[in-house]
Ligand binder design. Sequence first.
Ligand SMILES: [Zn+2]
Length: 314
Amino acid sequence: MSNTGQDTLQKFIFENAAVRGELIDISATWREVQTRQHYPAPVRKLLGEMVAAAALLSANLKFNGSIIMQIHGDGPVRLLVVECDAELRLRATAKLAPDAVIGDDATLTDLLHAHGKGRFIITLDPADKLPGQQPYQGIVPLDGGDVATVIENYMLRSEQLDTKLWLAADEQSSRGLLLQKLPLHGGTAEAAPITADEALETWNRAVILGSTLKQEELLNTTIEVLMQRLFWEETIRVFDPVHPSFHCSCSREKVGNMLQMLGREEVESVLAEQGQVAINCDFCGQHYAYDAVDCAQLFITPSEALLPGSEAKH
Ligand SMILES: [Zn+2]
């Protein structure tokens, strides 16, 4: 089913061991992200890997809401951002510095951490927020030379979870493998008790198997074949696959809210200068235009709406 264009995320656990894993092929979603945005190859690789990683982490969380993964950079790349909701619908974008010069072999450090001020940020935004509730946000210095290492370090530092990631992305493909060592006491009742030594042994073996995975192999192999190739000697329980997809949550209503927050004065000054207020969505390229009438309606007050001459009926 690898040529249908449908993306797949496959969860699995090592039977009788406190290790879980996920394999993902998110290539179709990743190509969709790129249809309206063209990045230099090193930026494309980083953003593509973040797309795979965001879906892997999102599927791993028992959390109803969106996960937003960002790297804020101090070099030629200012921002990489991926948003993934609870149904594994993703969008992603990158912002480059206006004068960015990016060589073909630029590393994550060159692009985002040139002066040591890069930041990795994960935001958990609940779908059903209570009034006044703020999203949870974890911010750490950019620690690691590639996307996988940055996330592994974050997971260990912020979540106290041993996590290993293998990620690869190019123009056509984005795939990844995640392994995670579970706390021993979190097991299910029917599982046979295992000792800490046994758990560690399985974890180490799984990580060694994962480490045999080359970038080229990850880019060019279906996840069914990878699963077989990597773990054929292990006793693995595989769950029903799930299917990530591209989706942008922008809307005219949200753009309107943003303009209202900007304020009447600011909006009217843009209107006076340009004849309309034009906004393009950074994620999907959707164009939103507000003329003088649209802008006036954004700032209509309840009392104005009831003035004689409005459509109120008597
Ligand atoms: Zn959009």
